[in-house]
Design a protein around this ligand. Sequence first.
Ligand code: MD3
Ligand code: FE
Length: 217
Amino acid sequence: MTGDLFATHQDEPYAERLGDCTVWLHGFAYNSASALVRAIEEIAREAPFRQMITPGGFRMSAAMTNCGRLGWVTDRTGYRYTEHDPQTARRWPEMPDCLLELATSAAQEAGYSGFAPDACLINRYLPGSRMSLHQDKNEEDYSAPIVSVSLGLPMVFQFGGMARNDKPARLPLSHGDVVVWGGADRLRYHGVSPLKSGYHELTGDCRINLTFRKAGA
Ligand code: MD3
Ligand code: FE
């Protein structure tokens, strides 16, 4: 809507195709963002955000938690999906309907019908937090897409190639943006540039990213 003097929303959502198998859905989660943030806060009460340790012994700068049947973890022994939160020994919190619904409708919009995520990794970035270039290879089945939802402070996403040395494209992702990555793009290298400090009315001083995955068989 243009011409609205007191507009509090952003521009209309629109889809931007990035290659054959990736779609950037600008603003797709904008209207559900406050419900998503509330749901994430509730998940974090059961399964707190924590900075995990990589197999190489480094503490990740993003803090993480999970919901859904499976959750992604890392420690000195490696990266993997687990059914239980190692910190509480309880199952990961259930995936709330508002999260599942958003993920499946975004996948559908991008041309991936029938997406049934069993894992949602929740990353929280504070100023300076980053994620270096990597591939997501701990899932059983690379044929399902990954749906990523950005909330709060904006950041620069690095969309690389199939080789670590391929120079990544830099995509500025905003609050409410959703990207669906599938097919040939599923194993691309990707990362996140260090978060700049700022303030967002829903998340305060951080950025939250949700990645929905089909992790198990
Ligand atoms: C492209 N998270 O958790 S989400 C991760 O913003 C991760 O928190 C980033 O990379 C974040 O593993 C990026 C976007 C994303 C996720 C998986 C992908 C992009 C991807 C897999 C293949 C290609
Ligand atoms: Fe990743």
